[in-house]
Design a protein around this ligand. Structure first.
Ligand code: NAI
Length: 463
């Protein structure tokens, strides 16, 4: 029986980062993973493959719509879908291989197979029993469907199946205008599918800044996505090659039927902890099926911790990574910490959308006096040079009395990278004036962040 200081269950971004930090802190560590490759949902069937497809199809879109205007004449490239998927797989392979290298480099044992916890201090994989002073559950999440809709990964697919469609569908119905629906909806719209997104709420990306929601939807509509808002999908019926999506408008009226070749179900994900034996161990769960943890990521069973999508909080790879590092430090007797009020969220469409902190509406609902500084990318020279100025902006929300930054939203080029300037500012408790007084290189997209900060004070220069 092998014996470890820590066994991490699940090698997604939460689990593998946790294992590396444990090893760096001198703990004898193993990681259990049942997939053929490391990296979890994110690297194998989530963030990374979708970004590869978003990148290739973005280039296609540029060639079809913007090249001629910039003086690049000639035939647009034709799509070799199998090669595009092969490129995506190559990118996956580079990344999962990279994680495997990091495990070896840090002398972390990869125990291959699916784990269960027969008792605290023990992890069973296949017929082998391993001892661990500490166990970290990082088993992630799986797609959640809705009543009346059964995912078969052929005609009715989750994000996993959507990355592997044998051919580009003529008509794609997307249920849910959240992150997955809009990212993968964009991919197929750029590939020529007729994409219809059906969303229960009245705005895309529920919970996001209202100005961003409005602009985002308008921009996506211009790119060819169709939206049916305020409609609840009731059921999906399938034949061998087609589907009928039935939805009910919330404001009343008859049920509507939409024909599609493929239906993408993007209605959220649910925590995954099946097969671990948590029931028998008496591990406390929340009402929403997450593993309940305290502020040090400990479950109610001593020596068993949990992090990432399987516990409370946003289901984001980087939130899981932060928790992975922090729990490793807790186990090593240090002070692990995650600042949950500064976790950015990014949608990798074109333009990108990025947010951090609280929204203007949420702050106002709390009775907080806020000041809003907004700057449109139309006033940013660099965004105009790359043809991505239209509709985008940076919005910073501050405490009206102290000028401290409480939240921010960006819709525009490289928003997902630019948001970090504001994350760092928030982490340091900075005011908008601090950002406004910082010299920003010209010509960069980041100048728009400074201008929005200036807009919180005496006003921006370029609007
Ligand atoms: P989501 O929670 O972002 O969006 C689901 C949408 O489906 C909501 O807008 C909801 O109102 C709608 N919906 C639910 N039931 C419906 C019905 N019956 N009819 C019509 N609409 C309905 O979930 P999504 O996009 O599936 O993503 C799952 C998780 O994965 C999220 O936590 C997300 O943050 C994460 N993720 C993050 C990414 C990123 O950071 N770029 C990329 C992909 C996923």
């Amino acid at each position: 029986m092998a014996s470890y200081d820590v066994i991490v269950i699940g090698a997604g971004p939460g689990g593998y980062v946790c294992a590396i930090r444990c090893a760096q802190l001198g703990l004898k560590t193993a990681i259990v993973e049942g997939r053929e490759t490391l990296g979890g949902t994110c690297l194998n069937v989530g963030c990374i493959p979708s970004k590869a497809l978003l990148h290739s199809t973005h280039l296609l879109h540029e060639a079809e719509h913007n090249f001629a205007h910039m003086g690049l004449k000639g035939k647009s490239p034709s799509v070799d879908w199998d090669q595009m998927k092969a490129y995506k797989d190559e990118v996956i392979g580079q990344n999962t291989g990279g994680v495997e290298f990091l495990m070896k480099k840090n002398k972390i044992d990869w125990i291959k197979g699916w784990a269960s916890i027969p008792e605290a201090g023990k992890v069973k994989v296949g017929d082998d029993l391993h001892e661990a002073k500490n166990i970290v559950i990082a088993s992630g999440s799986v797609p959640a469907s809705i009543p009346g809709v059964e995912i078969d990964e052929k005609i009715v697919v989750s994000s996993t199946g959507a990355l592997e469609l044998p051919k580009i569908p003529k008509k794609l119905a997307v249920i849910g205008a959240g992150v997955i629906g809009l990212e993968l909806g964009s991919v197929y719209a750029r590939l020529g599918s007729e994409v219809t997104v059906i969303e229960y709420m009245d705005a895309v990306c529920p919970g996001m800044d209202k100005d961003v929601q409005r602009s985002f939807k308008r921009i996506l509509e211009k790119q060819g996505l169709n939206f049916v808002m305020g409609a609840a999908v009731q059921s999906v019926e399938t034949s061998k090659t087609k589907a009928k999506v039935k939805y009910q408008p919330k404001k009343g009226g008859d049920e509507v039927v939409l024909d599609a070749d493929v239906v993408l179900v993007a209605t959220g994900r649910k925590p995954y902890s099946e097969g671990l034996g948590l029931d028998a161990l008496g591990v406390k769960m929340t009402e929403r099926g997450q593993i309940a943890t305290d502020d040090r990521w400990s479950t109610n069973v001593k020596g068993i911790y949990a992090i990432g999508d399987v516990i409370e909080g946003p289901m984001l790879a980087h939130k899981a990574e932060d928790e992975g590092m922090a729990v490793a430090e807790v186990i090593a007797g240090k002070h692990g910490h995650v600042n949950y009020s500064v976790i950015p969220g990014v949608v990798y469409t074109t333009p990108e959308v990025a947010t951090v902190g609280q929204t203007e509406d949420a702050l106002k609902a709390e009775g907080k006096k806020v000041k809003v500084g907004k700057f449109m990318f139309m006033g940013n020279a660099r965004a105009k040079a790359v043809g991505q100025a239209e509709g985008g902006f940076v919005k910073i929300i501050t405490d009206a009395e102290t000028d401290r930054i409480l939240g921010a939203a960006i819709i525009g080029p490289a928003a997902g990278d630019m948001i970090h300037e504001l994350c760092v500012a928030m982490e340091f408790g900075a005011s908008a004036e601090d950002v406004a007084l910082t010299c920003h290189a010209h010509p960069t997209y980041s100048e728009a962040v400074r201008e929005a900060a200036l807009a919180c004070g005496d006003g921006p220069i370029h609007s």
